[in-house]
Ligand binder design. Structure first.
Ligand code: NAP
Length: 282
């Protein structure tokens, strides 16, 4: 029997860690699935989704720049993907193509793995960045009923758009980088969602070291390198670091469960992911 194809739909996918992680899981569970990258040019998206509808693929992850563009091709969108307005996972259910988004919930699961006793009701959160990952995380945090979300972004227009999106559920304020030093001391959880500090520029950090305080939880959703300069400096100042590898692992595990309808072998996926990240810094 030939393997059912799960594809990653996006562009410039040569460095993706998802194939290693997902194929390790399929292989360990002896499931007839195979995960592969599918580099899709914008003019090829329609024909790719047609191939999907005809049954060529059993499931997919979707990444930049197609997370919103695939929406019109799907039969159903989960409530979470609707709230986020973007899809990172497509699976089949009752013959229909269903779009879901596991990024935000994957982030929350990884946060709770490192900090199992967190309570969200009294929490003030600062999100740096206003792109797709920031939006998914902001929506998931809003659903948990946090007290307040601050959004800081280089482009204030995008910060305001994200503020408008999220404040339907929770008090949200868009601020500029100039105001960061004033509000950071009132924050319980900082979530960094820009590529600053990612390979090949690991010596960059978007937050000056002096701004971190003891007890502040600092998440960096960058996973390459595993420990970014931001996380290293946060730790040196007594803050509590939380690495982006957990979000990558859990968003993948949730996607795996949508495709296979089975529980993900988390430790197999974690091992494959960490091995791949530590052997090849790309
Ligand atoms: P995106 O939609 O392209 O958004 C990028 C964000 O970063 C925007 O807010 C952008 O600000 C900001 N930004 C980019 N370059 C910047 C710079 N030099 N200085 C300040 N801000 C800058 O990307 P995304 O999908 O949200 O991903 C963001 C990061 O998260 C990437 O590094 C990605 O690898 C990582 N990520 C990790 C996971 C995981 O599982 N751990 C999942 C998804 C994404 P402007 O609006 O001002 O341009």
């Amino acid at each position: 029997m030939s393997a059912q194809r799960i594809v990653l739909i996006g562009r410039s996918l040569q460095h993706s860690k998802s194939p290693v992680m997902q194929n390790a899981a399929f292989c360990h569970e002896r499931l007839p699935f195979h995960y592969e990258v599918l580099n899709v040019e914008p003019e090829e998206l329609e024909s790719t989704m047609l191939r999907f509808k005809k049954g060529e693929f059993s499931g997919a992850n979707v990444t930049i720049p197609y997370k919103e563009k695939v929406l019109p091709y799907l039969d159903r969108i989960t409530p979470q993907a609707q709230r986020i307005g973007a899809v990172n996972t497509i699976f089949r259910e009752d013959g229909l193509l269903v779009g879901d988004n596991t990024d935000g919930d994957g982030y929350v699961k990884s946060l709770l793995e490192d900090f199992p006793n967190l309570t969200f009701e009294d929490m003030t959160i600062l999100i740096i960045g206003a792109g797709g990952a920031a939006r998914a995380i902001a929506v998931s945090m809003a659903m948990l009923g946090v007290k307040k979300i601050f959004i800081v972004n280089r482009n204030m227009e995008y910060a305001s758009l994200l503020r408008n999106h999220v404040q339907a559920w929770v008090e949200t304020e868009a601020i500029s980088f100039d105001q960061l030093h004033k509000i950071i001391r009132h924050v319980d959880l900082l979530i960094h969602c820009t590529p600053v500090g990612m390979y090949p520029n690991p010596n960059e950090s978007i937050v000056p070291k002096s701004m971190f305080h003891t007890g502040l939880i600092v998440s960096d959703i960058i996973y390459n390198p595993i420990e970014t300069k931001l996380l290293r400096e946060a730790k040196e100042m007594g803050a509590l670091p939380h690495s982006g590898t957990g979000m990558l692992l859990y968003q993948g595990a949730l996607a795996y469960e949508r495709w296979t309808k089975r529980k993900a072998p988390l430790e197999v996926m974690r091992k494959a992911l960490l091995q791949s990240l530590s052997t090849k810094l790309t």
